[in-house]
Design a protein around this ligand. Structure first.
Ligand code: ARG
Length: 466
């Protein structure tokens, strides 16, 4: 439809229609159509509340509710496709309702404003999305846990500064991501509590002259609270910012794992093999197998961080209460939701079936370096040599071994005893990679016994619901 032919939306104070380009500029229907089902649900609750408080008759209330339901069904069947002339999803639904049920439809907006309406819709949408994302986090954790269970005994070099530091159980490494995503899961539960507050009935900004029952409508929509201040109710977007901040942290975690997978799949590391189902080829180099999935996740993280910044800047200068700037919150929020969901799905598939750990290569890798040097120092310290002295002595041993091309395991007992008489034949066992890992049995450490306990604790948490 030609935008200049838009129906008269606002009062008769206006004599001419909007300039077509301005109508286009002003419209949000192209993206807030995402909210349509929430808008219908919110309006149904509002209509029921109007009837409940006798602001409209119960027949009128029923007509509104069933007309709105008709719109929902028509939309699902593709029979209702609002265009640009509708300006936004709220007007689209309201106009359609009047087309369907006649003048009663015009009563829907009694004691309500689009300002409290859009806030309600957005919260209903986000509550649903948070629940879905939390389930996705659980699915991701389940895949990591299953992998971890298979790799308690697989060793992997541990790094600091991306330099070989101390060997680890691969399960311990994977469980670190289970911990991060556990915080994500908890954080979203906390954000949910502040999304779960109803602004409906705040009116345009000041409340309403009608004897509405805000708690009644909020109960129908399953909100656990209502906003206590109408100005705050229509202009608060903290909940959206908090959500995008939580989504950003999820992406920080997924992006860190992505970076590791990319490194691990490289010829330099050779810790994992990417399966064909999750890798892509090059258009020119026939030998290539590229880690596109983790690279895209790493790249998409930046998009969501950008949305967080955009929302913070959007809000910082806004005087109370509603300002049209707030229409700009939608695309940032929707894209954050879609991005975090797509990344979680892709990473879950990648970890579940897209890569294989090269266990031989991993177990071999930890025997090729000096990552057992701390254990030599610990060995001496346990025999009473002050740790700093032991540390310096071992540093010297590493230096001479590097020159002679030997590893610590290759030193003879005489060589060890020349360094310090406290060395005994059990030094070889003490510095074997498996023992080095097993011995780090402090709480939260990589020792196999600790890892087994961490696995059970993590599994237990998966059944937690709130
Ligand atoms: N489309 C608008 C938004 O997303 C709805 C609220 C409009 N309110 C108003 N006073 N113009 O924010």
């Amino acid at each position: 439809m030609n935008p200049s032919a838009q129906p008269q939306t606002w009062s008769q104070r206006f004599e001419t229609a909007l300039h077509p380009a301005i109508a286009q500029f002003n419209a949000s229907i192209s993206f807030d159509i995402e909210l349509i089902e929430y808008d219908i649900t919110g309006s149904q609750a509002h209509a029921k509340m109007l009837a409940h408080t006798n602001i409209i008759s119960s027949e009128e209330g029923e007509a509104l509710v069933s007309g709105l339901e008709q719109i929902r069904q028509d939309y699902r069947k593709g029979l209702f496709k609002p265009g640009i002339d509708a300006e936004d999803v709220h007007f689209a639904v309201e106009h359609r309702l009047t087309e369907l049920i006649g003048d009663t439809g015009k009563k829907l907006h009694t004691a309500r404003s689009r300002n409290d309406q859009v806030g309600t819709d957005t919260r209903l949408y986000l509550r649903d999305q948070i629940n879905q994302i939390r389930s996705q986090l659980r699915a991701f954790q389940t895949v990591l846990l299953t992998l971890a269970e298979q790799h308690v005994e697989t060793l992997i070099p541990g790094y600091t500064h991306l330099q070989r530091a101390q060997p680890l159980s691969l399960a311990h490494h994977l469980l670190a991501y289970v911990e991060m995503t556990q915080r994500d899961w908890e954080r979203l539960g906390d954000v949910y509590r502040r999304v779960d507050i109803s602004p409906l009935g705040s009116g345009a900004l000041a409340g309403t002259t009608f004897p509405i029952d805000r708690h009644y409508a909020a109960d129908l929509l399953g909100f656990s609270q209502v906003y206590a201040n109408s100005l705050d109710g229509v202009s608060d977007r903290d909940f959206a910012i908090e959500f995008v901040a939580a989504a950003s942290l999820i992406l920080v975690h997924l992006s860190r794992l992505s970076e590791e997978v990319i490194l691990w799949a490289s010829e330099e590391f050779r810790f994992v093999t990417l399966k064909d189902s999750c890798a892509t080829g090059s258009s020119i180099m026939p030998q290539k197998k590229n880690p596109d999935v983790p690279e895209l996740v790493r790249g998409k993280a930046g998009r969501v961080f950008g949305h967080l910044q955009a929302l913070l800047v959007l809000m910082k200068g806004l005087p109370l209460a509603y300002n049209k700037d707030l229409q700009e919150d939608k695309e940032a929020l929707f894209d954050s939701v879609k991005t975090v969901r797509a990344c979680l799905e892709a990473m879950t598939i990648l970890m579940q079936e897209g890569l294989e750990f090269r266990t031989d290569r991993l177990n071999q890798a930890v025997t090729e370096d000096f990552s057992n040097a701390t254990d030599v120092a610990d060995y001496l310290a346990a025999k009473g040599v002050p740790f700093r002295e032991a540390y310096n002595m071992v540093g010297k041993v590493v230096k001479t071994s590097l020159v002679s091309g030997k590893l610590l395991k290759d030193l003879t007992l005489e060589e060890w005893q020349a360094i310090h008489p406290a060395f005994e034949p059990d030094i070889y066992e003490a510095i074997a990679p498996r023992q080095v890992v097993a011995a780090r049995n402090s709480y939260g450490g990589t020792g196999f016994a600790q890892v087994q306990q961490a696995l059970s604790a993590a599994k237990e948490r998966l059944s937690q619901v709130n």
